[in-house]
Design a protein around this ligand. Structure first.
Ligand SMILES: Nc1ncnc2c1ncn2[C@@H]1O[C@H](COP(=O)(O)OP(=O)(O)OP(=O)(O)O)[C@@H](O)[C@H]1O
Length: 328
């Protein structure tokens, strides 16, 4: 089911949380709303769900204007970070809940419900936990059960608000990959909110970068990373160096977009080594350049020749590879 967001604005008192948002989401797409805290991501998700009313604009699901439909009529599935499971119900009952609450003429019978719940629990690979209570589960398991519960009623649209936000880094990574695979299997239209660029890059088909109630850029992960539409997007999508060139220009470049050498080379300038950090496959070297306070970070493979017996205080020669020239 496609989602069209047309001219959506929302104020909280005099504060403009969303400023005329337009966005088309294709059927079956997995879209990330990415931006810093307070940029309006959650508000937009809640408006799509029907949990919040916009001041102006319309929401269209598959050609039908649902702006006036309430949250139940919209039939979307949710997974929110703090949207707890029912504590007094087992995992099985939690997942069955939405099916049992269906109007009588749509409600499956007992056997059908049992079959469906086990099918969903198998899909999230947690069928063996069916008789447990939520407090007997890990955080990651709870999130997967919450997802199974959301999917039980077969929503055409799934909305996820920082679904893995409260989990530790390793579990987050596993769940993220698992969500991307699941999305391919089930093929529903999904929108998820995150402030973590790595999460958005890894999972989403398209990323919507938001800032202060506006959309800065919409594009595939590679597109927004390689061709950022603004300084804001460039900085938000990854570490960035600023190298000043003269008094009114600077060049933006990523730590890995650098040529590094022990010897002076054509077009390279010198920097003093302030720090050397081995980070696994790569090593990060921090350089101080004459004439600017901001340090430059260079990331090169760990066996790069420039690193051979390198010590703090020594000099290296560097040159940004590519980079984006900007007026300061
Ligand atoms: N009910 C409300 N009343 C007043 N202000 C609100 C309300 N809901 C949200 N806001 C404000 O609107 C802005 C956008 O909030 P929103 O929750 O959409 O941001 P967000 O991008 O999801 O941020 P986060 O990542 O921190 O959750 C924030 O400045 C927030 O304080």
């Amino acid at each position: 089911m496609s989602i069209e967001i047309r001219g959506i604005s929302k104020n909280f008192n005099s504060f403009r949380a969303l400023n005329t948002i337009n966005l088309d989401i294709q059927s079956g797409e997995l879209v990330a709303l990415l931006g810093p805290s307070g940029c309006g991501k959650t508000t937009l998700l809640r408006i799509i769900a029907g949990l919040e009313t916009p001041d102006s604009g319309t929401i269209v699901f598959h050609g039908e204007d649902v702006s006036r439909h309430d949250v139940r009529e919209r039939q979307v599935g949710f997974v929110f970070q703090h949207y707890a499971l029912f504590r007094h119900m087992t995992v099985f009952e939690n997942v069955a809940f939405g099916l049992r609450m269906k109007p009588k003429d749509e409600r499956p019978n007992k056997e059908q419900i049992t079959e469906k719940v086990h099918q969903l629990l198998n899909m999230v690979q947690l069928d063996w936990l069916a008789d447990r209570y939520p407090e007997q589960l890990s955080g990651g398991q709870r999130q997967r059960i919450a997802l199974a519960r959301a999917l039980a009623v077969e929503p055409k649209i799934l909305l996820l608000d920082e679904p893995f936000g409260a989990l530790d880094a390793k579990v987050r990574k596993e769940l993220r990959r698992w969500l991307a695979r699941l999305h391919e299997e089930v093929n529903l239209t999904s929108v998820f909110v995150t402030h973590d660029q790595e999460e958005a890059m890894e999972v989403a088909d398209r990323i919507v970068v938001m800032n202060k109630g506006n959309i800065e850029q919409i594009g595939a992960p590679g597109e927004v990373y390689e061709h950022p539409a603004s300084d804001f997007v460039y900085h938000f999508l990854g570490d960035a160096n600023r190298l000043f060139v003269g008094s009114d220009h600077h060049v933006l470049f990523r730590p890995h977009e650098i040529s590094l050498s022990r010897e002076p080379l054509e077009g390279h300038q010198q920097g003093e080594v302030r720090d050397i950090r081995p980070l696994g496959a790569i090593t990060r070297v921090t350089l101080k350049v004459t004439g600017q306070e901001e340090l430059i970070e260079a990331e090169v493979v760990k066996d790069h020749e420039s690193l051979n017996r390198l010590a703090r205080g020594e000099r290296l020669y560097f040159k940004p590879k590519g980079g984006v020239p900007v007026a300061s």
